[in-house]
Each structure stands twice: as structure tokens, then as C-alpha cells.
Design a protein around this ligand. Structure first.
Ligand code: FDA
Length: 402
């Protein structure tokens, strides 16, 4: 039986980074480190991320940018390895980068450079591709890892198999199965950062506008649970997408409403009254086009029965109805596009089962969970990679020390 010191399951962002950090910190003392993945190439999600330029971190990283059953769980790992730490590595590797909006950092050239940097960092570890992990069992003081190419015995196992999003890219639920096998509880995984789908009546509005994008505020929930994102909203053939919708999708649950403000910088009710007060023969849709793209202004006017209507002929009640439709559009999504297109998985291995400083399972010494498989999910904007790096680093530090 082949015997190794540490086996890392999954050569994605977290697994590659963890392997490199073990090697960097422990050097020769790291022993044999083997990284397994069933894919043909490592870091496939890194490769396609950020439109091929990898939004590799976010300078605004803070606890409130993450969704988790325990909002404080990520604090220690995030403090132990910061966006500045990752950026220092990017710069030391000579990778040119730029800040887009809101602290999001991207490669100037290609996400491939990040993968190459991670592979370079983990020299000394062994990467075995096209090796599907089937199960992990306890064995003496360590573990037996069953793979499609035969079993491996390991003193430590790091589970970095990611979530369930985009099965076509190699996502499986194996990490959750391993957690369950060892009696660790799960927060039910669900698709996050995913376009939402809508009922026919909403689709009737969205479809003809497909391709149109506006700045919007999308909100959900009330009181302390209220979330609001101000970002791009895209009309599509399937309903609504764009960053604002993706962000809110990580909080939305079936049966709940979302509210969309299509003109967040304008008080449409007041604005329409003012224009009406100036007299003239302006059509409602023409007046609305001061704040909305003309196609959208026409579609919304038509939806509330004011297609072709003159503004001067409308009473306050009609204007208020129209304004509410723009500033406070309540919709109830019927679902989401699901795992097929979700960028991340919300939920995962319950953080109560893990030590927040080391990512080690409290009840199973030697078993670690890092990255997306854990119930810590970032907002859109580079936070998920920062979590992959930080959690991988935390586990590596503990492994290198032990
Ligand atoms: P990741 O999914 O990266 O890796 C898991 C690995 O485990 C995979 O290589 C998989 O093949 C392997 N695996 C699974 N089951 C296995 C089995 N049974 N046997 C062997 N191997 C197995 N985030 C961000 O911060 N900035 C961004 O720009 C983007 N952009 C983006 C675009 C798109 C299209 C997607 C889908 C996602 C993003 N993300 C992102 C999210 C980000 O990609 C994600 O959060 C991280 O890749 C998670 O890293 P992990 O290493 O945890 O999982």
C-alpha cells in the first residue's frame, strides 16, 4: 500500500494553494504531499474565472462579505492571510494586474498565470490528475483514500473538492459525502451567485428586453436580514441576471420576494409630477426615458397600461403606480438556474465541526476541509478565491507545524 504524509483531494484554488503553502512553510519537513484530482488539468475554475482574467482577490475583504451559518468563523483565516499577502505573491511572480471596480483585482493578461504561479509554488508536491477520489475511510492513526487508480494510505487528508456548482467542470458532492462519513454535519448546499428564473408574467417583460443592462438596486429580506446590492442588472431570455441579481441569489430562498429599483438615483413619482406640471404633450414613456433606457421606459409604461398615453392626462394614482413599478418592483422568482450555472455553492460542511484556526475537523484529527466545500461563501468580486487562499493557508500552517 502506498503511504503518504498528506493527501489533498482536489487541485482547485484551495487545494493547489494549500499544497504550495505546506511546501513553502515546511520545506523538506513536509514529507510526501500528493494532490489528487479527477480532472485532466488543475485549476479549471481559476482558468475560466473573471472572464479568463481571474478576479483573484478583493481589497475590501471583510467578514461581512461572506455568507455562513457562523458569520465569525472565517475571521481567523482571513486575518492570517490577507488580500495584500496574495497580491505580494502575484507581484513577486511578475504578474501584471489591475483594479477594476470596488476593490476587485484581476490579471491584466490571463488567469492561466495564476495557475502557473500556484503550480510553481507547490514544486516538491506530487500532482496526480485523472484520479477520481471515491471515498475516505479511517485507518489506524490515519486514513485510507480510495481512488479510481487504487488506494493510498495517508496520515492527513485535506478535503478541497469544492462545491456542487457546474458539474460539467468537474464539481461533485464528494466532499459532503466524506464529511458525512465522518459524522460531520452539513448546512444544506444550494446554488449561489446564480441567475434567478421568473414566472411567465415577468418573463413577458424581460424577454423583449434581453441584452439590456441598467444600474439597479436589488434588495431582499427585512430588518437585520435585509440585503441590498447596487450593481448591474441584465434582462435575459430567462429572466434577470447581472451582478446585482447574482449577489442577491446567494441570500434568496424559494418562496421569497426580491425588490428591484430600476432607477435608484431617481424619485420617479416626484419627477413625473414635476414634468407633468410643466404642461406639454409628452408621452409617459418619453418622460420616463429621462431616467431609463427608452426600450425599458416603453416596456414598463405598456405593462401598467400606459402605452402611448400622455403624461398630462394621468392622475397621481396612475403616476404612483408607474413609479412604484420602477422604484419598487416586487418580484417572486420561481427558482434559479441551479447548479448548471451557479458560480458558487452556499452551505457546505458545518463550520461548528471545524477549528477556525486550522480548518481541522474537531472530532477527527488529521482531517481538514478548506475552500468552497466549507459553509463559507463570498459575495461576487474575488472574495471566494480569497477564502480559498486563506483557508488553504490556515490548514497548511497547522500541517507544516505538526
Ligand atoms: P474548486 O472547485 O476550485 O476545486 C475543486 C477541485 O476538486 C476541482 O478541480 C475538481 O475537479 C476536484 N474534484 C471534485 N470532485 C472530485 C473527485 N471526486 N475526485 C477528484 N477530484 C475532484 N471566484 C472569485 O473569487 N473570483 C472570480 O473571478 C470567480 N469567477 C468564477 C467564474 C465561474 C464561471 C465560476 C464557476 C466560479 C467563479 N468563482 C470566482 C468561484 C471560484 O471559482 C470558487 O469559489 C473556487 O474555485 C473554489 O475553490 P475550491 O478549491 O474550493 O474548489
Amino acid at each position: 500500500m502506498e503511504q503518504v504524509d498528506t493527501v489533498i483531494l482536489g487541485a482547485g484554488a484551495a487545494g493547489l494553494f494549500c499544497a504550495g503553502s505546506i511546501l513553502q512553510q515546511a520545506g523538506e519537513g513536509a514529507g510526501r504531499v500528493v494532490v489528487l484530482d479527477h480532472a485532466r488539468a488543475p485549476g479549471e475554475k481559476i482558468r475560466i474565472s473573471g472572464g479568463g482574467r481571474c478576479n483573484f482577490t478583493n481589497l475590501a475583504t471583510a467578514l461581512d462579505r461572506f455568507v455562513s451559518g457562523n458569520p465569525r468563523f472565517a475571521a481567523s483565516a482571513l486575518a492570517g492571510f490577507t488580500p495584500a499577502d496574495f497580491l505580494a505573491m502575484v507581484e513577486a511572480s511578475g504578474i501584471a494586474w489591475h483594479e477594476k471596480t470596488l476593490g476587485q483585482l484581476f490579471c491584466d493578461d490571463s488567469a492561466r498565470q495564476i495557475i502557473d504561479m500556484l503550480l510553481h509554488r507547490m514544486r516538491g508536491a506530487e500532482l496526480r490528475l485523472e484520479t477520481a477520489v471515491q471515498q475516505v475511510e479511517p485507518a489506524g492513526q490515519g486514513f485510507l483514500v480510495g481512488t479510481a487508480r487504487g488506494p493510498l494510505a495517508a496520515r492527513r487528508v485535506v478535503v478541497s473538492t469544492g462545491g456542487k456548482s457546474i458539474p460539467k467542470m468537474g464539481a461533485t458532492g464528494i466532499g459532503y459525502e466524506i464529511a458525512a462519513r465522518f459524522g460531520l454535519s452539513l448546512i444544506e448546499p444550494r446554488p449561489g451567485l446564480v441567475p434567478l428564473t421568473f414566472a411567465q408574467q415577468d418573463l413577458d417583460l424581460c424577454r423583449p428586453l434581453a441584452g439590456l443592462s441598467v444600474l439597479a438596486e436589488v434588495s431582499h429580506g427585512s430588518g437585520r436580514r435585509r440585503r441590498l446590492f447596487r450593481d448591474g442588472l441584465l434582462f435575459t431570455h430567462r429572466g434577470l441576471s447581472g451582478p446585482a441579481i447574482l449577489q442577491i441569489s446567494s441570500f434568496w430562498r424559494p418562496g421569497e420576494d426580491i425588490t428591484v429599483d430600476l432607477a435608484p438615483d431617481a424619485d420617479i413619482a416626484t419627477g413625473l409630477r414635476e414634468i407633468r406640471g410643466q404642461g406639454g404633450r409628452l408621452a409617459v414613456a418619453t418622460a420616463l426615458a429621462r431616467w431609463l433606457p427608452a426600450r425599458l421606459a416603453e416596456a414598463v409604461s405598456a405593462e401598467v397600461g400606459l402605452a402611448g398615453a400622455r403624461l398630462a392626462d394621468q392622475g397621481n394614482a396612475a403616476l404612483d403606480r408607474l413609479a412604484a413599478r420602477i422604484n419598487r418592483w416586487n418580484l417572486r422568482p420561481v427558482g434559479s438556474e441551479g447548479w448548471r450555472t451557479a458560480e458558487v455553492t452556499v452551505g457546505g460542511v458545518d463550520t461548528r465541526a471545524l477549528d477556525s484556526r486550522t480548518m481541522q475537523a474537531r472530532s477527527i484529527p488529521g482531517l481538514y476541509f478548506i475552500g468552497e466545500v466549507v459553509d463559507v461563501t463570498g459575495w461576487l468580486g474575488g472574495y471566494n478565491f480569497q477564502w480559498a487562499w486563506a483557508s488553504g493557508h490556515a490548514a497548511a500552517r497547522a500541517i507544516a507545524a505538526g
